[in-house]
Design a protein. Structure first.
Lengths: 114, 117
């Protein structure tokens, strides 16, 4: 089945140690998104790629970076994780950016910071 | 700024009964889209239903239907014949054109629905 796959499901890292979360999709969608979701809160958009065009949200910390080497893969890099970065990170895709295209979500990666 | 408000942090319903989750939003946009997403415990978020703001007819997907009141900026979700598998966090979301090729999806804080046997 076509889907959005996030690896790993659970990630533990140390305070200040860089970490990379990965997302892949078999939907061949043009747009890929990264959201941060803290406990009992709504998902918050960090950034998205429309094809190779990177779009950063104004309030996304510089600590967060992203790479999209090809259509299928997108990575979230956290350069120096702090305790406040512990959260669920959701990857999503959509065929196009507009026209009310729904977003398809992965299972998420739960990041813990020691 | 676009905001989405879900005033019910938690709700519960008995199996087979009907429940309505409320959602209001604030926007000056005229063209936008509204969604309800469902996030079961420890599972992925999935789309429940989608509404185009320019359509007056309320969207329906099997047991799920919406009551879209554009003038009141209200978008409630009705779940009929509730099933145990409907237990989840439900997010109301609003999509609008934020400039260029960017369309932003803004979520409400969610309503945790528990279906009791």
């Amino acid at each position: 089945d076509a889907m959005v796959i996030q690896n790993p499901r659970y990630q533990v890292t140390q305070f200040g140690k860089p970490v990379t979360l990965s997302c892949s999709q078999t939907l061949n969608h043009n747009v890929m998104y990264w959201y941060q979701q803290k406990s009992s809160q709504a998902p918050k958009l960090l950034f998205h790629y429309y094809d190779k065009d990177f779009n950063n949200e104004a309030d996304t910390p510089d600590n967060f970076q992203s790479r999209r080497p090809n259509t299928s893969f997108c990575f979230l890099d956290i350069r120096s994780p702090g305790l406040g970065d512990a959260a669920m990170y959701l990857c999503a895709t959509s065929r196009e950016a507009g026209s009310g295209q729904p977003q398809h979500f992965g299972d998420g990666t739960r990041l813990s910071i020691l | 700024a676009q905001t989405v408000t879900q005033s019910q942090p938690e709700m519960s319903v008995q199996e087979a009964e009907t429940v309505t989750l409320s959602c209001t939003y604030d926007t000056s946009e005229n063209n936008y889209y509204l969604f309800w997403y469902k996030q079961p415990p420890s599972r992925q978020m999935i789309l429940v239903i989608r509404q185009e703001a320019y359509k007056q007819q309320n969207a329906t997907e099997n047991r799920f239907s919406v009551n879209f009141q554009k003038a009141a900026k209200s978008f409630s979700l009705k779940i009929s014949d509730s099933q145990l598998g409907d237990t989840a966090m439900y997010f109301c979301a609003f999509m609008y054109h934020s400039g260029g090729s960017n369309y932003k999806l803004t979520f409400g804080k969610g309503t945790l629905l528990t279906v009791n046997p």
